[in-house]
Each structure stands twice: as C-alpha cells, then as structure tokens.
Ligand binder design. Sequence first.
Ligand SMILES: Nc1ncnc2c1ncn2[C@@H]1O[C@H](COP(=O)(O)OP(=O)(O)OP(=O)(O)O)[C@@H](O)[C@H]1O
Ligand SMILES: [Mg+2]
Length: 144
Amino acid sequence: MLSHSPNETKKIAAELALVLPPETQVVALDGDLGAGKTAFAQGFIAALGVNGAIASPTYAIVNEYGKIFHFDWYRLSSEDELYDIGWHEYLERGLCVVEWSERIPQALPEHTVRVKINVVDENTRELHFVPNILSPASPNPGTT
Ligand SMILES: Nc1ncnc2c1ncn2[C@@H]1O[C@H](COP(=O)(O)OP(=O)(O)OP(=O)(O)O)[C@@H](O)[C@H]1O
Ligand SMILES: [Mg+2]
C-alpha cells in the first residue's frame, strides 16, 4: 500500500486500528530512520481514542497512554534491557506499539502485527502488513 504524505500514513494507521484483531498484543513498526514509524504510531494511537500530542519515545523508550504503550527500541542494545524495564508486564497490561522492533525480534509475542515501511522517495512510502509474524506459513508443514 502506498502513502504519499505523513497525513496519509496516519490515515492508513487509523484504518488498521479499526480492524485490528482483538487478540493483538503488539503492532511492530519497522523501517529506516525517518521512514514514518512515529507518524504511523501517531495516527494509530489517536484512532484508539488518545487525545493530545503523541511524541516519539526515542529517548524515553516508552510513552504510556492508558492501556496503550508506545515503545522505541532504537536505543536498546540487548533483550535483557527490555526485560529490565518490564516488557512482560507491559504485554499483560495492554497493547504495545513498537518502533524498531527488528532490534529485538525474539521479544515479540505470538500475536504481533508487523508493519514494514519502505521509503520510495521524499514523500512516498510503501507499507506492508504482516499479521501474526510468528505463525507457521502453513499448517503441518512436512506432514505426509
Ligand atoms: N508518506 C509519508 N509518510 C510518513 N512520513 C513521511 C511521508 N512522506 C514524508 N514523510 C516524512 O518522513 C519523516 C517521518 O518521520 P518519523 O519520525 O515518522 O519517522 P520514524 O520512522 O519514526 O523515524 P525514526 O527512525 O527516527 O524513529 C517526517 O519528516 C515526514 O514528514
Ligand atoms: Mg520514530
């Protein structure tokens, strides 16, 4: 899916928020620096009913909005650091939106919806959605 502006990225994110499977634990946002992960998170979190400014959590690691947690794992260097800040507790308490999830992919739970954002040109982004990234591609592979 193509986006031609930050606002269009936010609108696409808001649409995902409305159709998100209820069992979803994490929305994982990946893409290069400046791809639009924070823009996507802003549209997504606002669509879930959060009012006011939604800032990038790059320095804070996590910003909390009630039962919605906006993470940025860019500055984390190990899985241990993530567990030190209580990753498991956040997963139990609500929905986690995670920028730079590729830094620690093994920490993502089963019910993760992945959004990959690729930069096409200055104002164009290509968004890919991958539901339940840890599910097997097909049931019973190799069974005869
Ligand atoms: N179609 C688009 N969608 C989203 N952002 C766009 C688009 N076109 C241009 N931009 C610009 O790209 C930048 C995206 O910034 P944003 O902070 O959302 O990226 P990010 O992926 O969160 O970066 P970081 O890796 O630093 O966290 C903004 O400057 C925005 O104006
Ligand atoms: Mg960001």
